[in-house]
Design a protein around this ligand. Structure first.
Ligand SMILES: *Cc1c(COP(=O)(O)O)cnc(C)c1O
Length: 472
């Protein structure tokens, strides 16, 4: 116990005991309000925190002041437990698939389908005709096949699980052959090579960082191997660069009796070709290349919820379905309900209206500028001392999709006294009951309108006005 020796003994004497804390009038009031809460542990942790804080402070204060500090510490812990963690926020960053802010927002139809599945019983695993047990994702898989042209489909917990299951099922006796230019790290410590090494018998890297040819795969490939192509989700290799196309990989795999696979990552069903972005192929085009297996996320460009979508030939997908690990990575019923609705929007509806992520990516910049002007004008009325204006801006896709694509957009720009104040205001906006996330550019705060829902415009005015007024 080093700290015992490192600090003067009077610190220990000045700290309140657990019993003294519990008897404090403020704590007594909280305890009366929440009598079944386990208070002792929280109080002990608060005293520990104060002890650590004052340990190295010579003038640490007397028992009364340390007690107040510990009480404040208890309050902070309570706040965190009662209202901290996940809660709704306004996304003014302009990053549509913002991983830290929950990736794709879900549309109304899908959200109510998910809600109904959550709060009641559902036909999750029952055949309504016979009353017998059925599989939970039969219809979802058929919808996926119709939407992509795939022969067979399967859905698991997330795309990382899809890649893992695929490689784990297909690798013995084969190996995974992957380009050195495509060993991606996605963020949140997801490193593809590490997943592959866990899942596969052997990982064979081919090519170089910047150039990999079909011939590199061809030299290594043996019967039963997986030739894996990985979408360069969040980076580009420019200059002296080459990669094998999926069509070339398919041809090599066929010639060698190997299996071709493409981890698409984001994977779109919507064709963005007519819009400001889009050099990435839609999933259907990838499936049409003849590849044996495609994996992609449910909550990136698809615009649904967390899930891993697997598309492929019946032969290969059937093998994945036999893997006992399947149960460990199975999809939740809420995700089944939501994804069914999302896929129906693609097949029978208008995804550019019904799927929020697609709507944002296709948003008309003129309309965005109008909304930025509306917010800026109202804000200027409420906080006349501030320099507020609407401005041209750019939004981003995010989520490791269409990397580099910048979408024409508009923003509300607030000029601050200096860069330091801009950072402070951004922090104050994050610390509200409904946090607002903005971008800081020098001495300016920018709220991008692409990722603010039109229904949130007045909430945004109120939030900005509140923070700017208290800080004016
Ligand atoms: C995002 C991504 C993943 C991980 O998908 P999750 O759904 O987050 O598990 C895997 N591979 C690629 C190429 C990706 O872009």
């Amino acid at each position: 116990m080093n700290w015992l020796m490192a600090q003067p003994p009077d610190v220990l004497r000045a700290l309140p005991s657990v019993d003294e804390m519990l008897a404090h009038p403020q704590l007594a009031a909280w305890r009366a309000e929440h009598p079944s809460f386990p208070w002792t542990g929280l109080v002990r942790a608060a005293i520990d925190t104060v002890r650590t804080e004052v340990r190295t402070q010579p003038g640490h204060g007397d028992r009364a002041s340390l007690t107040e500090r510990a009480v404040a510490q208890v309050r902070a812990s309570l706040d965190r437990l009662q209202t901290g963690g996940l809660r709704p926020v306004l996304n003014g960053t302009g990053v549509v698939l913002h991983t830290n802010l929950g990736r794709a927002p879900l549309g109304d139809a899908a959200a109510s389908a998910a809600h109904a599945a959550l709060v009641g019983y559902s036909s999750l695993e029952v055949d309504l005709e016979t009353g017998e047990r059925s599989r939970r994702s039969d219809v979802l898989e058929e919808l996926l096949c119709r939407a992509t042209g795939a022969e067979a489909a399967m859905v698991v917990n997330n795309n990382a699980a899809a890649v893992y299951l695929a490689v784990n099922t297909l690798s013995p006796p084969g190996r995974v052959i992957v380009s050195r230019g495509e060993l991606v790290e996605i963020g949140g410590s997801f490193r593809l090579p590490e997943i592959l090494r866990h899942a596969a018998d052997a990982v064979v890297e081919v090519g170089t960082t910047n150039r990999t040819y079909a011939a590199d795969y061809e030299r290594e490939a043996r019967a039963g191997d997986i030739l894996l192509k990985v979408h360069k989700s969040n980076y580009e290799i420019e200059g002296f660069a080459h990669e094998a196309t999926i069509a070339e990989l398919v041809a090599v795999a066929r010639a060698k009796s190997a299996i071709s696979a493409f981890d698409l990552g984001s994977g779109a069903l919507f064709d963005f070709a007519g819009h400001a972005l889009g050099h990435d192929p839609v999933a259907a085009a990838v499936v049409a290349s003849g590849v044996d297996l495609v994996t992609m996320s449910g909550d990136k460009l698809l615009g649904g919820v967390q899930a891993g979508l697997i598309l492929g030939t019946k032969n290969v997908v059937d093998r994945l379905k036999q893997n006992p690990l399947r149960r460990a990575v199975r999809i939740d019923k809420v995700a089944v309900a939501a994804l069914q609705a999302v896929l129906r929007a693609y097949l029978f509806g208008a995804p550019e209206y019904e799927i929020p992520a697609i709507a944002m990516l296709c948003a008309d910049p003129v309309r965005l500028r109008d909304r930025a002007q509306y917010v800026a004008e109202r804000l200027a009325q409420r906080v006349p001392s501030r320099a507020v204006r609407d401005a041209e801006d750019e939004a981003a896709v995010g989520g490791g999709s269409l990397s580099g694509a910048a979408l024409p957009s508009a923003a509300v720009a607030i000029t601050c006294r200096d860069a330091r104040e801009a950072v402070q205001l951004a922090r104050a906006l994050r610390l509200r009951a409904v946090p607002v996330f903005v971008r800081v550019r020098g001495d300016e705060i920018r709220v991008n309108m692409t990722t603010i829902f039109p229904s949130q415009d007045d909430d945004l005015v109120a939030a900005l006005a509140e923070v700017l007024t208290t800080r004016a």
